[in-house]
Write a protein that binds this ligand. Sequence first.
Ligand code: HEM
Length: 412
Amino acid sequence: MRAEINADNFSVGSAGGEIPTVTLKQLEADPHGAFRAYRKEYPVVLHETGGYFVLRFSDVDGLSKDPRFRPSGTIFPEMQGFGTGTMFDAFDYGMLTADGDVHRRRRAPFSRLFAARAINEMRPSIRRTAEDLIEDWYGVGELDFFNEFAAKLPARVVADLLGLPREDIPEFTLLVYEVTKIFSLGLNPDDVVGIEKAGHRLREYVDKVLDERRRSPSGDFLSAFLAAAAEGGEMSPEEILYQIFALVVGGTDTTRVAIVMQVALLLQHRVQWAEVCRDPDRISGAVTEAMRFEPSVGAVTRVTSEDADIGGTVIPAGQLVALSTMSAMRDEMAYDRPDIFDIHRTGQPRLHPIFGYGAHRCIGEAIARAELEESLSAITARIPQLDLDVPPTINGHFGIRRVDAMRVSWKP
Ligand code: HEM
């Protein structure tokens, strides 16, 4: 028998000690409310569309180091309807889903290039990009913040990193934002076709860029990556291509959603917004808290290599498991008053759960933080009088979450 959940008040129950099933409708209606209600009673829930969700901070943190929880290979794209093709290959050849030595060789060429020191050197140019985007609109006094700022900043940063021409940005941004829809649970067949088509075009584009750079290396990031990959001599052309594909995909939408949410949350908490405007030392704490409160990624995915008992609930071997960082970061057992947005919060974990764990911890964390901090700093310095006209709605609870729109205005 299945457990019951009441979507209105999230009272939960489970007959016969079975793992309860949470539905898509319930999670779409109020993901934090649903997680909160279940988390109290159960360490693990089944998701209606497949897979298990681990909800409590202590379990998410502990299982992230448990060798029985392995990278998920191609289980996720197959579950979403991508049995072959570009999107399947992106997971098959990518680093996120690879294990052991295969993962190490795919990630290794990036290690030096993504070191915090190398990324800190990019800060002035990231700051300039943010300032340029603001200046484009400053005199107008209003801005489609979602499309004209939050979507453009990460796309320009990734384009600059890879040496892509500025005129290619609109096209490749469109493709990336289509491809990342793969992380929404409950896709229909038309979605699958659209995502695969966009993935295929993005693959062709990355292939072309790599070809050009091989023919004429320029001493930039991409040339250095290709040289490091050639030096290791272990990566196939497909592997090389899909690591750059992953970088473009992983480096844009995640950050776009985070930029939207941090500014929206601060504008919805006006006293804290004013504090950040007055005191730039508050920026780092504000960024950290916004990523906890409304994260742009909902979970970290693993697969069980053997049966795993979690607080009396057994997840069988071979199952897709979402370690729900989104639920864990609102766990009252780990955070004081977790449903309050508070940029003064102390005691946040040293490593922010939003960027994942262990060998797979986000390789782009330093760039993401640089983008989030520099953009918030540029905005609060230039437009402290900013008003939130259309607040964003954030949806999703699994991979990259979705934000629809956000508009702001100000008196120039
Ligand atoms: C706020 C922004 C970002 C968030 C929330 C985020 C989150 C994550 C998470 C949760 C993982 C998986 C970790 C795991 O499985 O344990 C990951 C991996 C990854 N991210 Fe990010 N990310 C962000 C920005 C970026 C950026 C800017 C880039 C690149 C420019 C990037 C590239 C990658 C790559 C390549 C991986 C795979 C790493 C591996 O498997 O070894 N991410 N990220």
